[in-house]
Design a protein around this ligand. Structure first.
Ligand code: ADP
Ligand code: MG
Length: 253
């Protein structure tokens, strides 16, 4: 089966440091693929290369059969591959609903100018976006928090909102950067269940970079292991965690 995302030979250095070197990765359509590795392995750099936030020194990223290596993140989003972003400070002062309603414009790189020229169209678009936001808040269990300022949400609720923002756009592949970071155990389960539900019931494919091995074990198959900027191995979590090379890579963590 053709993978939804296929990265080959990705490389990126910072100064003299090879953060990612000759790394290849496939994400099968319909999967929740995990990406793990010890600190400094290059996961975040690879994630930024895949989403287009930074440019590679070499390598190609193919999404749904199309070479997207040189496309900006918002152009990739238009094609159906989207990543979560941490809420920037200015968005903390907007409500959950407002954050969701702004998400499409931000993520798709739209400007406000064409809208000023056609006010009738704007009202219709706004109504559609509002409806979508309500739907997304139901899915993401945020309906009761719609008028809460994002800045007042707990760490876990912020993660739900980050994930919810990606759902404002029709996308096939969602890249999650440490969804479990700063989330308390109760919400961790909620978040895990939500990702699974979006995968199973809404057909979303995920690539998840995560430190929390319980979350990885519950969600991800396969799991890809990176070390020192490159590919180490991949497979089901149960296999990975017994692999001596993986254990060795994590020693000293
Ligand atoms: P991980 O997310 O797996 O912990 P990173 O991708 O953050 O790993 O980092 C991989 C390596 O690249 C590390 O040695 C890190 O110090 C280095 N690195 C990452 N980003 C930068 C940067 N912007 N400038 C300099 N070095 C960087
Ligand atoms: Mg990292």
């Amino acid at each position: 089966m053709t993978p939804i995302l296929h990265a080959t030979g990705m490389s990126r250095s910072f100064g003299g440091v090879h953060a990612v070197r000759d790394m290849s990765l496939e994400v099968a359509k319909g999967s929740i693929t995990g990406l793990i590795g010890p600190n400094g392995a290059g996961k975040s750099t690879l994630f930024n290369l895949l989403s287009g936030v930074i440019k590679p020194d070499g390598g190609t990223v193919v999404f749904n059969g199309r070479d997207v290596t040189s496309l900006a993140p918002w152009k990739r989003a238009r094609l159906g591959m989207i990543r979560t972003f941490q809420l920037a400070r200015e968005f903390q002062r907007m409500t959950v609903l407002e954050n969701l309603m702004l998400a499409p414009q931000l993520q798709l790189g739209e400007t406000f100018w064409p809208n000023f020229l056609t006010p009738g169209k704007v009202r219709q678009q706004e109504a559609e976006i509002y409806e979508k936001a309500c739907e997304v808040m139901e899915i993401a269990l945020l309906a009761k928090l719609r008028d809460t300022y994002a800045g007042d949400l707990s760490g876990g609720q912020k993660k739900l909102l980050e994930l919810a923002r990606t759902l404002m756009i029709d996308c096939d592949l969602i890249l999650l950067d440490e969804p479990g970071a700063g989330v308390n155990p109760a919400l961790m389960q909620t978040l895990t269940d939500m990702i699974r539900r979006l995968n199973r019931d809404h057909g979303k494919t995920f690539l998840v970079v995560e430190h929390d091995m319980d979350m990885i074990a519950q969600l991800c198959d396969p799991v890809v292991v990176m070390t020192q900027g490159g590919y180490l191995t991949s497979g089901p979590f149960e296999e990975i965690r017994q692999n001596p090379a993986v254990i060795e890579a994590y020693l000293g963590e």
